[in-house]
Design a protein around this ligand. Structure first.
Ligand SMILES: Cc1cc2nc3c(=O)[nH]c(=O)nc-3n(C[C@H](O)[C@H](O)[C@H](O)COP(=O)(O)O)c2cc1C
Length: 331
């Protein structure tokens, strides 16, 4: 119990326990007045903060338009996002935005395209800080644009964005001094990535490159595809969750593990055995907004059914009101 309820300091921010909400797009939510974000999002994140999560990572928000304050960065969207950050703080959660660069073929991008993307990446972080978020998580996982940069087998670039780990992480690391000089000292910069890029050797090199450049937190999910590597005997979580430990052993910054963590037993197993510093709960936070409080208080959680076992089968991709585990509340 001790570890689960222990706080952890991340760049001067006190995260009150070791349970995070994983970033998850709520595809069937609608914004207000034609904007993307709206009342449904405010209620959704406020409920999870009220439910005890120490750290909340908002769903992926595309950086596109950040430099011009358009798209997801319009005034209407920002008003909602600011409210979400404030409400999460009211319930004692540390709250970060996840920033995504969509799904492009990075081998075809001209230097100008990369620089435009970097301008949006930087401005999105500054906007998140201005709206009151405690940090940002850059989405370098799941085969999307940023993931393709760091995966050594996908990235075929021969310029300064391809080749060794320093170059493959440059898309972000070059921006860090500029971001740091424009935000307050406690603003967290985190990276979500996989441990196999494509092998663990490149994953470890990449994690170390991010750490050396000043990234504060690593959230280990999967890279171009989920790992199938068997887990050691007695490890009661998935190969993706074990990936967190592969990286945690090699770095000195906190590491979040995620994927199919559904029970209090699994949460405790990961934390008590030092497989992770923090555990992130995805679909389990959909079905039980108070997942964290329930685990902390030894009460039953409203478990996710896993809908066929695969993440894309999750009803929250299509119509969240059809989620069979969502017995507590349908927003
Ligand atoms: C509906 C849905 C939306 C998701 N959206 C994102 C996202 O925006 N960014 C991201 O990095 N991962 C996303 N994921 C993956 C989750 O963050 C998490 O890694 C995954 O669901 C595994 O954790 P779980 O088994 O606890 O759900 C999404 C997953 C689901 C089910």
């Amino acid at each position: 119990m001790a570890k689960l309820a222990d706080d952890i300091m991340i760049r001067g921010n006190r995260v009150k326990n070791r349970i995070a909400m994983a970033p998850m797009v709520t595809f069937s939510f609608r914004g207000d007045n034609g904007s993307y974000y709206g009342r449904q999002h405010i209620e959704h994140y406020t409920d999870r903060a009220k439910g005890g999560a120490g750290l909340i990572i908002l769903q992926a928000t595309r950086v596109l338009g950040a430099a011009q304050a358009t798209d997801m960065w319009s005034a209407d969207n920002r008003r909602v996002l600011r409210q979400i950050a404030g409400n999460c703080h009211d319930y004692g959660a540390v709250v970060m935005m996840q920033l995504s660069c969509g799904d492009m073929d990075i081998n075809q991008l001209a230097i100008d395209d990369i620089q435009a993307m970097q301008a949006d990446m930087k401005q999105a972080a500054l906007a998140a800080c201005d709206m009151g978020f405690d940090g940002v998580e850059y989405h370098f996982a799941h085969g999307y644009t940023l993931c393709k940069f760091i995966d050594a087998s996908y990235n075929q670039r021969t310029d300064c964005y391809g080749g060794n780990a320093l170059n493959r992480t440059r898309i972000l690391t070059d921006l860090l001094p500029d971001i740091r000089s424009s935000v307050h000292d406690r603003f967290i910069v985190s990276v979500r990535m996989g441990a196999y890029l494509p092998e663990s050797r490149q994953g470890i090199e990449t994690a170390r490159a991010f750490e050396s450049a000043g990234v504060d937190l690593l959230h280990i999910s999967f890279g171009m595809k989920p790992p199938e590597t068997p887990v050691p005997d007695g490890f009661i979580c998935s190969p993706t969750t074990y990936s967190g430990y592969i990286i945690k052993k090699e770095v000195h910054i906190p590491v979040i593990a995620v994927n199919e963590i559904r029970t209090a037993e699994q949460v405790r197993f990961l934390l008590d055995n030092d497989y992770a510093d923090v555990v992130a709960i995805g679909r389990g936070m959909f079905t039980d907004p108070a997942f964290a409080n329930h685990v902390l208080q030894g009460e039953p959680v409203n478990k996710c059914f896993g809908c066929g076992g695969t993440i894309p089968a999750c009803r929250w991709f299509t119509d969240h009101t059809l989620c069979p585990g969502n017995r507590l509340k349908t927003s």
